[in-house]
Ligand binder design. Structure first.
Ligand code: GP9
Ligand code: MN
Length: 651
C-alpha cells in the first residue's frame, strides 16, 4: 500500500510535467497559427478509447498534433519515473526550464523566419545576413508566460526539498516497471499517428523534407527536433558520405578533361555586361509551346517570344525528389541533383561555382525572388550561400492578388520587376514562379481556354493554368519594355519539371506526344522549354538535346565569362557538339539515341532507340551512354558529398 502511495507521487509529478509542457507547446502552435488539435483533449481520449475498445478508425494526425506531442514528451522523459522523488523533482524542473527555452527560441525564430530552428539553421547562423532585426525586437513580454509555472514550482520545490526529508520511495523495481510501461505508452502515442500518416501516403514528407514546418505539422515540435537531430547525425556522422582520395582524383580528372576542350561559338560575349533576368516556371512543359486547341494558342505570348529569341526545343528537366529546388540548383550550379532529397536541404552550406557567385565576381548585384515561405526547400539558407545578395520571399510582396499557393504570377512578376529596378546594374535576378503548381486548379475567372471535350480534367486544369501563366509572362514582357529593362537584359524562361501527369498512356502524355510510338511518349515526358532572349541576338530555334545543367554554361558564353576554370557538369548548348542529357534515374538522350534505363538500372534490361529510324536497336549501341550516365552522376555526387569545390579552391 505504501509502495502504491510513493509510486503515485512519481506518477503525479510526471503527469503534471507532461501537461505543463503540452500546454506550452500549444502556445507555440498559437503563435505560429498552426493547428494543435481540432478538438479538445477529452474528445481525443474518447476517440482513442473507441479505437482500442470498439476498433473504430482513427486518423490522429488529421486532427492535429496533440497526440504526437503527448507521445513525444512521454517517450523522451519517461525515465524520470525511474528516479527517486527528490531527484525526479529536480530533473523535471531542469527539463521544464530547458524545454521552455527551446519553445521560446523557436517562437522568436518563427516570428522572423516563419520556420523552426533546425540543425541547418544552427550551422549557418553566422552567415545569415538576413537576420536583420535583433532578438530583442522579436521578444514580447507575454512570452514570459512560458516560465510562469517555474516561478511557482521552483520556490515550492526548494521549500519542499528543504523542509521534508522525502527519504521514502517506491522500490526501484516498481519505479522501473511503471516507468517502462509509461515509455511504451509514449512510444505508441508518438509512433502510431506517424505510422498511420505514412501508411496513408505521407512517406514523401520524410523522404524529401520539404520544410521544417511541414515536418512539424506531423511530428509536433519535440518530434521535429528529434527527427532533425536524427537526420543531422545520419547525414553528417553515422552515414556521412565519404569521398575517398581516388574518387576525388577521378572527379578532378573529369573536370580537367572537360575543361580542356575549348568550345568556340559565335555567341561568345554577345551579351556581356547585360542584366540577367532568369525565370523558372512551375511545372512548365515544352509540349504546350506552339500547340493549338480548337484554334486557340495555349501559350500565345511565349510563342511570340520564341520568334524573337533563342529557343531550345529539346531540353529536359533533370530533377529528382528535390523537385523545384533540384531544378533551381541544377540551373544555377550546373551540377546534377542528388539521388534522394534536395541539395538545398542536405548540403546548403557547400561551396559551388554558382551562377550568382560568378556574376557577383564580375560586378553583378544578385537577388532571388520567390513569393512563398522562405523556409520552403530551405531557400533562405541555400540562397545566400549560392551568392544571392537578397532573397525576396512572400513577406516582401503585396499579397492582395492570390491564386493557389501564393500571389498570382502576374502580380509576382510585376512586383519583382519594380524591386529589380532598385538594384544596382548590372544585376542578376532569379525568379521562381508558382501559380502553375499542381493540382493546377485556378479560379474560373482565369480559365480562358475553351477546352470542352479535351483530355481529362487533369489535363484541362493543367492547360488552363499554363495559359494563365503565359498571359502573366506577356504582361511581364510588356512591363519590362515600358520600364526600359528589356533592352538592357538577357531574359531566360525555363520549366522546372513535368506536370506529374506524364505516366504511360495518360490523356496528358497522349496529348503531348508528337509521334505515336513508345519513343514519342518518352521524348515528351520530361520536355521543358528554354527561351533565351538577348538584345541584338537573332532569333533561332535550336534543335539540340540538353538539360537544366546546360543553362549556366550557355549563359556564361553569352556573357563572355570563361567557363573553363569552373566545375560545371553541363555543356554550352550553342556549341557544335552533339547534344546530351542524362537523367537521374539512369536514362540518357542524345541527338541520335535514346537509352531508356530499366528500373533495376541494369543496362542489359534497358532499351536503346535510334532516333533517326525510331526503331529499337541492340543495347550495345547505347552502352557508352549508360557508362557516361554512371560516370557523370558519380562525379557530380562526389562534388556535393565531399564539398570538393571548396576543397579544390583551398588547395
Ligand atoms: C514552393 C515550390 C514548391 O516553394 O517551390 O514546388 P514543388 O517542389 O512542390 O514543385
Ligand atoms: Mn515545382
Amino acid at each position: 500500500m505504501k509502495q502504491f502511495k510513493f509510486i503515485s507521487i512519481n506518477i503525479i509529478l510526471f503527469v503534471l510535467f507532461v501537461i505543463l509542457i503540452v500546454w506550452k507547446l500549444t502556445l507555440f502552435s498559437d503563435s505560429s497559427k498552426t493547428v494543435f488539435s481540432q478538438y479538445g483533449i477529452l474528445e481525443m481520449f474518447k476517440r482513442l478509447f473507441a479505437f482500442f475498445v470498439h476498433g473504430e478508425s482513427f486518423s490522429p494526425l488529421r486532427e492535429g498534433i496533440m497526440l504526437v506531442s503527448f507521445g513525444a514528451i512521454i517517450l523522451l522523459f519517461f525515465w524520470t519515473i525511474f528516479l527517486k522523488i527528490r531527484k525526479q523533482i529536480i530533473a523535471l524542473l531542469i527539463l521544464d526550464f530547458v524545454l521552455s527555452l527551446i519553445i521560446l527560441a523557436d517562437t522568436l525564430y518563427y516570428r522572423y523566419f516563419e520556420d523552426l530552428i533546425s540543425s541547418a539553421v544552427l550551422l549557418q547562423i553566422k552567415q545569415m545576413s538576413s537576420l536583420g532585426s535583433s532578438v530583442g525586437d522579436l521578444f514580447k513580454w507575454s512570452d514570459l508566460i512560458l516560465f510562469a509555472d517555474l516561478l511557482v514550482f521552483v520556490p515550492l520545490s526548494i521549500f519542499i526539498l528543504k523542509n521534508f526529508t522525502l527519504v521514502q520511495n517506491a522500490n526501484p523495481f516498481l519505479r522501473s516497471g511503471i516507468g517502462l510501461l509509461t515509455g511504451i505508452a509514449g512510444a505508441w502515442l508518438f509512433f502510431y499517428p506517424l505510422h498511420d500518416f505514412v501508411q496513408k501516403g505521407g512517406a514523401y514528407l520524410f523522404d524529401k523534407t520539404l520544410s521544417s514546418m511541414r515536418v512539424y505539422e506531423v511530428t509536433g515540435l519535440l518530434g521535429f527536433h528529434g527527427y532533425d537531430t536524427y537526420k543531422y547525425l545520419d547525414e553528417y556522422v553515422f552515414n556521412k558520405k565519404k569521398v575517398n582520395a581516388e574518387e576525388r582524383k577521378d572527379a578532378k580528372q573529369w573536370f580537367e578533361e572537360k575543361n580542356n576542350t575549348q568550345d568556340k561559338t559565335t555567341y561568345k560575349g554577345k551579351a556581356a555586361g547585360k542584366n540577367l533576368i532568369m525565370v523558372q516556371l512551375e511545372a512548365y512543359q515544352s509540349f504546350v509551346i506552339d500547340k493549338k486547341i480548337k484554334g486557340q494558342e495555349i501559350t500565345p505570348n511565349l510563342n511570340k517570344l520564341k520568334q524573337e529569341s533563342l529557343y531550345f526545343n529539346d531540353i529536359h528537366h533533370q530533377t529528382a525528389s528535390g523537385r523545384t529546388s533540384d531544378a533551381e540548383f541544377s540551373a544555377n550550379t550546373s551540377l546534377y541533383p542528388l539521388p534522394t532529397g534536395s541539395v538545398y536541404v542536405r548540403y546548403p552550406r557547400n561551396e559551388y561555382d554558382s551562377l550568382p557567385a560568378i556574376l557577383k565576381e564580375n560586378g553583378y548585384d544578385t537577388a532571388a525572388f520567390h513569393a512563398y515561405k522562405p523556409g520552403f526547400w530551405n531557400r533562405y539558407i541555400a540562397y545566400p550561400n549560392l551568392g544571392f545578395n537578397e532573397f525576396h520571399s512572400l513577406e516582401d510582396f503585396d499579397d492582395r492578388e492570390k491564386i493557389g499557393w501564393s500571389i498570382s504570377d502576374e502580380s509576382f512578376f510585376i512586383q519583382s520587376m519594380y524591386k529589380m529596378k532598385e538594384m544596382k546594374e548590372p544585376f542578376y535576378s532569379f525568379l521562381v514562379a508558382l501559380t502553375s503548381h499542381y493540382p493546377y486548379t485556378i479560379p474560373a475567372k482565369y480559365q480562358e481556354l475553351d477546352l470542352e471535350g479535351v483530355g481529362d480534367v487533369n489535363l484541362r486544369n493543367y492547360l488552363q493554368s499554363i495559359h494563365y501563366v503565359d498571359k502573366a509572362i506577356g504582361t511581364f514582357v510588356e512591363k519590362l519594355k515600358q520600364e526600359g529593362l528589356w533592352d538592357s537584359s538577357v531574359i531566360v524562361f525555363y520549366g522546372d519539371h513535368d506536370s506529374g501527369y506524364m505516366q504511360e498512356n495518360t490523356p496528358s502524355v497522349n496529348f503531348a506526344q508528337q509521334e505515336d510510338d513508345a519513343l514519342g511518349e518518352l521524348e515528351v515526358k520530361s520536355g521543358i522549354p528554354l527561351f533565351i532572349h538577348a538584345p541584338g541576338i537573332e532569333a533561332k530555334e535550336i534543335d539540340k538535346t540538353g538539360g537544366q545543367i546546360d543553362i549556366m554554361p550557355t549563359l556564361l558564353d553569352l556573357f563572355g565569362i570563361d567557363e573553363q576554370k569552373y566545375h560545371h557538369m553541363g555543356h554550352n548548348l550553342l556549341n557544335d557538339q552533339e547534344g546530351f542529357v542524362s537523367f537521374r534515374y539512369g536514362s540518357v538522350k542524345t541527338d541520335k539515341l535514346y537509352y531508356q534505363s530499366a528500373v533495376d538500372l541494369n543496362p542489359k534490361n534497358g532499351t536503346c532507340y535510334d532516333l533517326t529510324s525510331r526503331e529499337k536497336v541492340p543495347m550495345k549501341t547505347c552502352y557508352p551512354l549508360y557508362e557516361k550516365n554512371i560516370k557523370e552522376l558519380d562525379v557530380s555526387d562526389s562534388v556535393i558529398y565531399g564539398n570538393l569545390i571548396q576543397r579544390w579552391n583551398q588547395e
